[in-house]
Design a protein around this ligand. Sequence first.
Ligand code: CP3
Length: 337
Amino acid sequence: MDSLFLKNCFGEKTDKKPVWMMRQAGRYLPEYLEVRNRFFDFLSFVKDFRAAAEVTVQPVRRFHLDAAILFSDILVTLPLLGLDVQFIPGVGPKITSPIRDEEAVRALRDDSPETLDFTREAIFKTLDLLRGEVPLLGFVGGPLTLASYAIEGGTSKNLQETKKFFWRYPKAYHELLSKIANLSGEYLNLQRKWGCRALVVMDSWAGLLSEEDYREMAYPYVKRVLEMAASKETPSIHYANGASHLIGEMVKLPAHVLGLDWRSSLIHTFEKFPDKIFQGNLDPALLFSTPAIIRKRTREICSLTKNRAHIMNLGHGVLPGTPIENVRAFVEAVKEF
Ligand code: CP3
């Protein structure tokens, strides 16, 4: 596969820039909503491998993107620990009995990600539909981010319970993170074995930690996940949201590519780390402006990064309600540059 995307992940500058979008399959697409409406429950949708494969390829077909990302969720691995995960419409993910003490960590199960048949089937079906046109990306959540869902019981704005748990029960915290890291490394490896050509670690909430706490609470574990999944042929991408203050730590991670969120200054980051490969970072909210503004801002990023390997993306996921013609303006501005 002569892939623009993979070449750039391996540091090869190309004339054209590869482009894909975090959350590229989703509620802004009418063809996604049509499939979504066949399911009452989000997890039943994810576990239906035909539906998952179908919505994985939808944005690739519509916008001619340079990579597909498997339609699933970072939280599908939590049930392997014995946690019950539900997606409540209009609210978000909920963990029925969050982990709040040492006893709860001791009681966790340790099922193998090999049992996630729906992921294997969805990868096979997607590869069928993609016919080798673009690489398929697999992904996991970062250990800190997954632990935050397990401890908080849902999305948290400040990681209050997670930090409290860390300070009260440091040993149990490290045990939990270690368990999640091993599970995630193994799951990424399986996704690679099943046919994914690049692997993404999304440590969405790491930015809520100070640099000092990041070093102890998150870094060693996300490093382990990346090491477990490392391969010469299969590049890895690390993304954390709101984490530009952690860039000095994140560049030490064994990831081929670092995703930059939309707040990060591309120009300063590029100057400071001349040998690193970055992905990003147009503000997803800018896609609510006009095609003319989007083309201008996108071309600015392309100009800034034109002399280096770089992967164009948004600085976080596509937001629900984003106008399709604006998504198209973004992708076409990259392709025409
Ligand atoms: O296109 C893709 O990017 C692949 C699919 C994907 C989803 N979630 C589908 C999804 C991916 C890669 C994710 C990752 C994910 N999930 C992250 C990390 C990335 C990030 O956004 O920072 C996180 C933190 C989650 C957890 C999660 N899943 C939340 C907080 C929510 C509810 C909020 C929301 O966006 O609705 C979900 C549900 C979810 N995951 C949806 C989708 C398309 C919406 C569910 C629906 O359609 O009803």
